[in-house]
Ligand binder design. Structure first.
Ligand code: SF4
Length: 473
């Protein structure tokens, strides 16, 4: 019964976000237009002048900075109505009470042991709803999608919370001024954005997940101790952009291949120009691979494959050990545990599910721009199990029995006749960490409808609320 309920809170045991405290050194910034993705490197130059921890502490002292939910019941009720929280009475809630299995006619559905909304994402959505409730007459903005889920972002827009999109040249914040409310999403905001909004006199609601803040703390430590941060992540992902902005010197590696190249360079040297071309968008400005790779620390985008991050850590450790010897290792390599347990649990649950001989195929539900969801799809594909990744039930057409789904490497594919009514089937289902339960329920509703056109829905049954840990966990 409690499988998923316990797996979610357990992810946060022991996490103590450290986001408080002191003064800020001024950073020169463009006021209206904050450069976006392409300028990770440029951002890092400015970051080199700032003490990230001090910046975050100084935000607290403005009196205009909120970084924890208030657990307002009215906002919670609205989330329930909108279906953007945990399910309390639908199919997913009912599956939780019966071992994550459901039988509907000839269809058996197995829900992964860990799936869907992680604590950090639910918390971020809740804080956005609470901000709307607390400031009914003010203009509200989010500096990016609050999470990578289309339904949730649409709901926020319907509540007049404006999402600032990247125009390709950067984000235009010129319309935001004193008195407005600015929400920072779950994957955080850059040093430049935090500094800018601090100076503008806006009310700030920081929903950054404490796990992400934990990564920033490790990057702060690298910077303070003059280590170069090796960030396992995607250089264009918002979380990695934010993390890199807290680093002084950094290289972003996206996979084992790039990590191996980096390790070879550290050990044997190489072609400097080739290195800089290869990591053109993934290094801090002015990065010198011949001078800045003698002391390195590992950090990660929290949604990367856990096993891969661990392997990169081992590769770097072995490289530094080989180059400097075991006695000197600690002077040249720093590793702090910043892997998000929620991501890890969802991946582990899927590794288990794809080994289940009863599962005929998988459905993975989650935003198409969601990194952690893409990794779930990748696990199923790697196993050779048919897997259909959809971001919402809108991708499924009941009448024609067709699904428009995405493959892990990005291709969108339309599959007609993807279900076979009249033949018993066992479907494994999971969802990404930014996917509300209702999205899964709506997908399953359409699946059941294809198998049985007379299917009229699952009767609601109150199953209680998922318990999430307090802020001290
Ligand atoms: S996946 Fe992990 S780091 Fe990201 S928001 Fe969820 S709990 Fe936080």
């Amino acid at each position: 019964m409690q499988t998923s309920m316990t797996s979610r809170p357990a992810a946060f045991t022991g996490v103590k976000p450290r986001v408080d405290g002191a003064a800020l050194r001024p950073v020169p910034l463009p006021r209206a237009l904050v450069p976006a993705v392409q300028s990770v490197a440029a951002g890092a130059t400015e970051a080199a002048q700032v003490d990230g921890r001090a910046l975050r502490r100084s935000l607290n002292q403005t009196g205009r900075y909120v970084r924890q939910p208030t657990n307002d019941p009215v906002s919670q009720q609205r989330m329930d109505e909108h279906g953007v929280g945990y399910s309390t009475n639908g199919l997913v809630a009912q599956m939780r009470t019966q071992g994550n299995v459901w039988k509907q006619g000839e269809v058996t559905v197995k829900l992964a042991k860990a799936y869907g909304y992680c604590w950090g994402v639910e918390r971020a959505v809740r804080m956005a709803y609470e901000a709307r409730q607390a400031h009914p007459d003010k203009k509200l903005f989010v500096t990016n999608e609050i999470i990578h889920n289309p339904e949730v972002n649409t709901r926020l827009q319907e509540m007049n919370i404006e999402i600032i999109e990247d125009s390709g040249k950067g984000k235009d914040y010129s319309r935001i001024g004193g008195g407005d409310v600015v929400i920072f999403p779950a994957f955080g905001a850059t040093v430049q954005e935090l500094t800018d909004f601090k100076s503008r006199g806006v009310q700030m609601v920081d929903t950054t997940c404490p796990w992400v803040a934990k990564v920033w703390n490790s990057v702060d430590t690298h910077t303070r101790k003059q280590y170069t941060s090796i960030i396992h992540g995607k250089y264009s992902h918002e979380e990695t952009i934010a993390t890199a902005s807290f680093a002084s010197n950094y290289v972003i590696v996206k996979d084992l291949k790039e990590a191996q190249y980096l390790c070879d360079y550290i050990l044997h040297g190489g072609n400097r120009e080739e290195f800089l071309a290869k990591f053109a968008k993934a290094v801090s400005k002015g990065f010198d691979p011949d001078a800045m790779l003698d002391r390195v620390g590992l950090a990660n985008q929290t949604t990367m494959l856990k096993g891969e991050t661990e392997q990169i850590g081992k590769m770097l450790e072995a490289t530094m050990m080989q180059k400097y010897g075991p006695a000197e290792l600690n002077k040249h390599f720093m590793l702090m545990d910043t892997i998000c347990d929620a991501t890890q649990e969802r991946q582990d649950a899927l590794y288990e599910m794809v080994e289940d001989p009863e599962v005929d195929f998988m459905i993975v539900v989650g935003g198409f721009n969601s990194s952690n969801t893409s990794h779930l799809q990748e696990i199923a594909e790697h196993k050779g199990l048919p897997s259909f990744w959809v971001d919402s039930s809108a991708r499924i057409d009941v009448e024609s029995n067709t699904v428009l789904h995405k493959l892990a490497h990005g291709e969108l594919r339309e599959t007609k006749g993807w279900l076979t009514p009249g033949k018993a089937v066992t479907i494994g289902i999971t969802s990404g960490a930014s996917t509300p339960d209702r999205a899964v329920e709506e997908v399953m509703h359409k699946v059941f409808k294809i198998y049985d056109p007379a299917f009229g829905g699952i009767a609601p049954k109150d199953c209680g609320r998922v318990q999430t840990p307090g802020e001290e966990h």
